[in-house]
Design a protein. Structure first.
Length: 267
């Protein structure tokens, strides 16, 4: 059974859900910002872990200033606020896509709250050899949103995804969250460059995850670069960028041994 709670953080009410028991596992959503993206996988892991999911500020059930650009440091502080309100000092933190970028920010800013970090395909494209071209594409998506609207911009955005055999599944937000993502979150997330030195010096246990079907997608090519900078392993997991959503059982089974290896003491 999932229990819904909320916490105030810097002018926003953050709504979060907790289910299961055991070491804390906090899942950070990327585009769309809703914890519901983990609705399929969270129950599969709740037999061994206290799984915490939440809606990022300005998304879904959470409030916040939707006129302000996403602030990565504030996002990290929100994670800490949710973790504290859920009653845990530390958690294993998993993030997908933009959520993986936020997880890297948490590890840099508050390593004391991170038992381990599992970052799935973080789109920190500024680290890539072709960073200028990748960032130009991100700007094109944003400009397309401003000039031509959500459907055209999302079609362009989806063209950068690799390994999908049909329409992009509902992990990219819906309703009001899509324009918020395209207008206020997309550029700050993709311009983000993680502080790898801080994470490495803090000895945060970290694993970078890459989908077996993600090929040469920009968010897959960042994985070995970040892993090399941190001196941490890369683990290949099933599926594509949203595999945890569309093939949850296989993804959960791939995560389980990693989560068990890095489990924090039950607090």
């Amino acid at each position: 059974m999932s229990v819904t709670q909320s916490v105030q953080s810097e002018g926003a009410e953050l709504v979060f859900d907790v289910q299961g028991s055991g070491p804390a596992l906090l899942l950070i959503p990327g585009a769309g910002g809703t914890g519901a993206v983990y609705a399929h996988i969270a129950p599969l892991l709740a037999d061994q872990f206290t799984v915490i999911t939440y809606d990022r500020r300005g998304n879904a059930r959470s409030s916040g200033d939707t006129t302000a650009d996403l602030d990565m440091s504030q996002q990290a502080r929100d994670v800490v606020a949710v973790l504290t309100a859920a009653g845990h000092e530390k958690a294993i933190i998993f993030g997908n896509s933009g959520g993986a970028n936020i997880a890297l920010q948490v590890a840099a800013d508050r390593p004391d709250r991170v038992a381990a970090l599992l970052a799935h395909e973080p789109p920190a494209v500024g680290l890539l050899p072709d960073a200028d071209a990748q960032l130009a594409f991100m700007e094109q998506v944003h400009t397309t949103f401003l000039t031509e609207g959500v459907p055209v911009a999302m079609k362009l955005f989806a063209s950068s995804l690799v390994g999908f055999t049909g329409p992009v599944a509902g992990g990219l937000g819906q309703g009001r969250d899509v324009p918020f993502f395209l207008g206020k979150e997309y550029r700050p997330i993709t311009r983000f460059v993680p502080n790898l030195d801080s994470i490495r010096q803090a000895n945060v246990p970290t694993v970078l995850l890459v989908g077996e079907r993600s090929g040469d997608a920009s968010y897959a090519r960042t994985v070995p670069i970040i892993a090399a900078g941190l001196g941490c392993p890369v683990v290949t997991v099933p599926g594509h960028h949203l595999a945890f959503l569309v093939d949850s059982e296989a993804f959960a089974e791939a995560l389980r041994p990693l989560l068990s290896a890095y489990s924090a003491p039950h607090d």
